[in-house]
Design a protein around this ligand. Structure first.
Ligand SMILES: [Zn+2]
Ligand SMILES: [Zn+2]
Ligand SMILES: [Zn+2]
Ligand SMILES: [Zn+2]
Length: 296
């Protein structure tokens, strides 16, 4: 989860930078590649936490050029459902997470649309849980009274900074994000850079980098060889891969056993003993499967 400069995540955060904008001649608009990459990185990070879906996130920007740039950097298969909109089309709507890209950053201190008060107010008041604003706030406060006030307020509330701080609950550490590559390099799977190493139900260890999504490892697919045995015959499990077993819930094999006594403990706690002769439908209990006898 984002600590947002060591506050909790339900807060506003103004990320200050001085990376320059680009004028796009095709669209007669402006874009800012640094902001676009930061927006994509942050969005991916938020989605990797498991608390938000794509529907919970809205990205607002002042410029068509930036809108198109961000859209191009967000493939549908990963970001389908996220609303990316220009401030004009975003009146009166709210969302849990709002990410704003202000774009303008130039030597001439030209604020363009970002100076228009109505637009600023509309987009700064729409987040229910978290608002992340990317901009050159030094330039913005030089060029507009409104921004000067907004920035001063943010400074006082400790909501302004040049880094994102990501907190890892599992390892109790903080990851600093200052540039877009930091997301991939320092938080490859949404946690910190340390390995997860959590012991799985199958007895193996999670091989992913630290992650905040699927902490229970219910979706994680273990690819280690299974070392568990079938029940009740004690034959080794011939299957190697978890994906297969999970699909079937429990792998069965039929083996020829002269006679054996099978004890089944029901959910009620009562123990039934049955004698079985001949072919036995054996279950690979706990063989990459978390379910118990009574549920199979
Ligand atoms: Zn961690
Ligand atoms: Zn395993
Ligand atoms: Zn793990
Ligand atoms: Zn067997």
């Amino acid at each position: 989860m984002i600590l947002a400069f060591c506050r909790n995540e339900e807060s506003r955060l103004f990320l200050n930078h001085s990376k320059k904008e680009t004028a796009d001649e095709m669209t007669m608009s402006h874009s800012n590649a640094f902001e676009a990459d930061m927006v994509v990185g942050l969005t991916r990070y938020l989605l990797s936490q498991g608390s938000y879906t794509t529907k919970d996130i809205t990205i607002i920007t002042m410029y068509t050029g930036q809108l198109l740039l961000i859209k191009n950097k967000m493939p549908k298969r990963e970001f389908e459902g996220i609303k990316i909109t220009s401030v004009d089309n975003f009146q009166g709507e709210e969302n849990k997470i709002i990410i704003i890209s202000l774009v303008r950053s130039n030597v001439a201190d030209n604020l363009g649309f970002v100076k228009i008060e109505n637009r600023v107010c509309v987009c700064l008041s729409r987040a229910q849980y978290g608002m992340y604003v990317f901009g050159n706030f030094d330039m913005l406060s030089r060029g507009s009274e409104l921004w000067k006030n907004v920035v001063n307020e943010a400074k006082e509330a400790k909501e302004l900074g040049s880094r994102l701080l990501l907190g890892c609950h599992m390892h109790q550490n903080i990851t600093e994000i200052q540039k877009p590559e930091d997301f991939k390099n320092k938080s490859p799977t949404g946690g910190c850079r340390l390995p997860c190493k959590k012991k799985l139900n199958c007895g193996h260890i999670c091989k992913m980098s630290c992650h905040n999504k699927d902490v229970e490892h219910k979706e994680y697919k273990c690819t280690e060889k299974c070392t568990k045995i079938f029940w009740p015959c004690n034959h080794p499990c011939p299957n190697a891969v978890m994906a297969y077993n999970v699909k079937r819930n429990a792998e069965r094999h039929v083996c020829s056993t002269p006679e054996m006594s099978i004890k089944t403990e029901r959910a009620s706690g009562a123990v039934n003993t049955e004698s079985v002769r001949g072919l036995v439908d054996c279950l690979a209990l706990l063989c990459h499967v978390t379910t118990d006898v009574t549920n199979i």
